[in-house]
Write a protein that binds this ligand. Structure first.
Ligand code: NAP
Length: 367
């Protein structure tokens, strides 16, 4: 079956293609590659035989030939092209990494280890739009899967530590050049306070590179991600609650998720400090066992310093599908409240992997 790929040159798209090659997914489909900027150029693609003439990603009639389109191109592209395709009567499956369609009533947010039933229901009932969730939401749900599926959680507070890659490739590049500038500005053998003064004045100077991050990210944190909803909540924080509930199936008693989303200077690994209240006090060992056994990717890390430093390492988790959960502790003031800290690669489980798996499910159904 032919599948059209749009946005495959970008960060999420490249990670998606890499995973598809690793998993042998291209044996199940015939790829047609589109581009908004390179149409009609001939391109070889690493790991795929032959060369491909890129099709025009805004040519509706060309896109409409395909039964399945997967877009990692971005929200603006989806806004214009998806609607226009539906208006001309295209009835194919649309899979998408951008947030544009996530909260539409006729779209399913895909995270199949959690909502495989919902995806299967959608396919049987003619749903055609399958959208990847917000990176932080998908990673949080996979980390807490063991207690979510038992329906034990009353509320969650998620304080995030989000990687630069979530703001796009340019943000990653800018973070690195900020690091370089700061490093160049200091003299390593001078007293620490003098070094800090030089670094701070570099950070505050007009030529410090911050076109994308807007304020210094290297050597700092940015406690606001995405737009301002005008009610004290950022759009990223709002997504944490509404998308989680949509993935979980809008239970009659919605899951309460609150928190503050913060950008930090990691490259592609997100962290989240989670506080959650369960419906009663459970034995800490039992909660740990439920978390550890929930799916193939989550791993419980012992809550001691040595295990934490080894197991909750952003450098080790980056580029992997692992979702370690550690720092698990029961509050002494209220035994039904627990803390945990989790990491996850935001380009893999945070973006490309749920889409890759959803594509496989759609393909198996459509055949
Ligand atoms: P990106 O890296 O900026 O790539 C998007 C598109 O930019 C490419 O597909 C390509 O399209 C074009 N492009 C122009 N110059 C390029 C160059 N030198 N190298 C590669 N591509 C170039 O976008 P992204 O970060 O992957 O995000 C894509 C979508 O996924 C967005 O909607 C985003 O919100 C969503 N998403 C991102 C993340 C994340 O972690 N970044 C996570 C979840 C969801 P053409 O071939 O058409 O020129």
């Amino acid at each position: 079956m032919k599948v059209g790929f749009v946005g495959w040159r970008g960060m999420v798209g490249s990670v998606l293609l890499q995973r598809m090659r690793e998993c042998g997914d291209f044996e199940l489909l015939e790829p047609v590659f589109f581009s908004t900027s390179q149409a009609s150029k001939t391109q070889t693609i690493e790991g795929l035989d032959g060369s491909f003439v890129l099709k025009d990603a805004v040519h509706l009639e060309g896109l409409a030939q395909l039964p399945i389109i997967l877009s990692c191109q971005g929200g603006e592209y989806t806004k214009t092209v998806h609607r226009a395709l539906r208006e001309i009567g295209w009835d194919g499956y649309w899979l998408d990494a951008s947030s544009t369609l996530r909260m539409q009533g006729n779209a399913i947010v895909v995270l199949d280890p959690i909502n495989q039933d919902r995806i299967a229901w959608g396919l049987k009932n003619g749903v055609k739009d399958y959208i990847g969730g917000n990176c932080t939401v998908s990673l949080m749900l996979l980390a807490l899967h063991g207690i979510l599926k038992e329906g034990l959680i009353d509320w969650i507070s998620s304080m995030t530590y989000q990687a630069a890659s979530g703001a796009g490739a340019q943000a990653m590049k800018e973070l690195l050049s900020q690091m370089g500038k700061l490093s160049e500005s200091a003299i390593s053998d001078e007293p620490a306070l003098d070094m800090e003064r030089r670094v701070r004045s570099t950070m505050l100077s007009n030529d410090f590179p911050q076109n994308v991050t807007q304020v210094p990210l290297a050597g700092g944190v940015i406690p606001w991600i995405d737009s301002d909803l005008g009610n004290g909540r950022s759009r990223e924080e709002w997504k944490g609650e509404v998308e989680a509930n949509k993935i979980l199936g809008w239970k009659t008693e919605p899951l309460k998720v609150e928190g503050i989303c913060v950008r930090v200077g990691t490259f592609r690994c997100h962290g989240q400090a989670l506080i959650f209240k369960l419906n009663k006090a459970y034995d800490l060992q039992d909660v740990g066992a439920m978390l550890d056994s929930a799916n193939d990717w989550v791993q419980l890390v012992n809550n001691d310093k040595e295990s934490t430093l080894a197991g909750l390492s952003t450098a080790k988790v980056s580029g992997s599908l692992n979702i370690p959960v550690g720092r698990l502790r029961q509050f002494s003031s209220d035994k039904s409240i627990y803390s945990a800290f989790t990491l996850g690669d935001q380009l893999l489980w945070g973006a490309a992997e749920p889409l890759r798996r959803a594509l496989g499910i759609v393909l198996r159904y459509a055949k």
